[in-house]
Design a protein. Structure first.
Length: 242
């Protein structure tokens, strides 16, 4: 018994390769079969992230702005990025009302750090001020060691870093503040998702009930798609926003 895909993953809505797909164990258990997604995140057992939301695509003017801020130290962009996130949250409040706290993905600040400021922590601090308590921002996680940069590296290299040095680089600062919480992680860019996965595993390991993520930009896909449309990877796949 198998389900013939209609080119759409039943889990996340992402376009799938046409053909026969069979969910492992579904027939034996007498369960309905569904198409397996080519997105490896969808098939991860016990994946720590429930969804990844984005405000835009990492290209054009948004890419230039993030690059200037993150790599050139143009800190004036912090307020602009905070405003983008604040507007995104306000316009889609029902998407996020179940989350208790916003947590920035931390940067390493010790000897050997790549930059002398926490780029995500900075615009999240501005976001907390703009939100006036509606979206509380707390630094729940710290980065205890610098890791190899993943920018411009191929996917297999990012996965290697994610499974080695990155996996042990994050620590929950106070587990009692995390236990039972629904946490919304914030980062600048989601490409492979390895950083978000590493931080979310630390949070789930400390007792968080759910972890989702919101990023300024997602990586551009190779296939032609609508550009600059805010949306969500949910769960861990494509689902466009309104």
């Amino acid at each position: 018994m198998a389900y013939k895909s209609g080119r759409v993953c039943a889990a996340c809505g992402q376009l799938a390769v046409p053909g026969e797909w069979l969910v492992a164990g579904a027939v034996e258990e007498g369960l309905p079969t569904e198409p397996l997604c080519r997105n490896s995140w969808c098939s991860q057992p016990n994946r720590p992230l429930s969804a990844v939301y984005w405000t835009g695509v990492y290209e054009g003017s948004l890419r230039a702005a993030i690059f200037a801020y993150k790599y050139k130290g143009d800190l004036r962009w912090a307020k602009s990025f905070a405003h983008m996130l604040s507007v995104f949250l306000a316009r889609r409040a029902t998407w996020f009302e179940q989350y208790d706290v916003i947590c920035p993905v931390p940067s390493f600040r010790g000897p050997g750090a790549r930059r002398d400021f926490g780029h995500v922590e900075l615009f999240c601090a501005e976001l907390g001020w703009l939100a006036s308590g509606q979206w509380p921002v707390e630094q729940l996680v710290g980065k205890v060691a610098e890791t190899e940069p993943m920018s411009a590296k191929p996917h297999f290299a990012r996965r290697r870093i994610g499974r080695t040095t990155l996996s042990g680089a994050f620590r929950v600062l106070n587990p009692s503040e995390v236990e039972g919480c629904r946490v919304l992680l914030v980062d600048d860019v989601c490409a492979s998702g390895e950083t978000l996965l590493a931080v979310s595993r630390a949070l789930r390991g400390a007792g968080a009930d759910e972890v989702a993520a919101l990023v300024l930009a997602r990586a551009s896909w190779h296939q032609p798609r609508e550009r600059d449309q805010a949306g969500a990877l949910a769960p861990m796949g494509l689902a466009s926003g309104p």
